[in-house]
Design a protein around this ligand. Sequence first.
Ligand code: NDP
Length: 246
Amino acid sequence: MTNIQDKVVIITGASSGIGEATARELASKGAKLVLAARREERLKKLQEEIQNKGGQVIYKVTDVASQEQVEELAKYTLKEYGKIDVMVNNAGVMPLSPISQLKIKEWDTMIDVNIKGVLYGIAAVLPFMRERKEGHIINVSSIAGHLVFPASSVYSGTKFAVRAITEGLRREEYSNNIRTTIISPGTIDTELLDAISDLELKAASVEANKKVQIEPASIARAIAFAIEQPSDVAINEMIIRPTIQE
Ligand code: NDP
């Protein structure tokens, strides 16, 4: 039996990419999952797939940019499973563009999803975890939370923020026995580039990524590793790059 067995884990952004792979990995290790994202069809399909393999999984359609909906997600989890062991704040968007293009709506979306979405996820589970004096909050940042690339200024800003918030949370909550983990993936083969509205930049990014990208399951295994540690061990930060990424 792993230390993941019967843990109740909420995963945001579970309808594709890293979140979807994480759901499969944790389900195979006996977690009780709550999948969250906006696209219900995708969530339903993944739920069926996991259930067919004997996994325990429910889902709730959730826009993480809505504090109310994220709060409802936590309430639903407590109603169905009676506890929350792990919150994986994974949902994120990456409409890259140079600042000079002034794509202000896209900046707003990145801030709403990548930063506020993570904060709402923390807010929704922290009171329960503090009361119980146990819990684990895993926030997905990025290699772009360590480095700034051309056109990644705002995206990197949101991912630097995720790291700062998570480290702050660690310092404030370790004495309440709450674990925090920052996950910083390198280039992973997912749908993340779809949101780039500058078609030339999108095509160039797809081409560049093709040469180095690794499967989302690589990140899922890292997340499982953090969760399965004994409760007195916290994996606070991990960078997972393709070996051949610069
Ligand atoms: P995908 O685009 O495949 O997945 C993104 C997920 O986020 C989807 O499930 C999407 O679901 C969800 N999402 C987006 N907006 C919202 C919203 N408002 N509310 C709820 N869910 C939302 O990309 P990845 O799997 O790659 O991305 C997962 C995380 O990994 C992100 O935080 C990303 O920044 C990070 N990351 C990815 C890297 C990569 O190379 N792929 C590298 C470094 C970090 P839906 O549209 O159904 O709501």
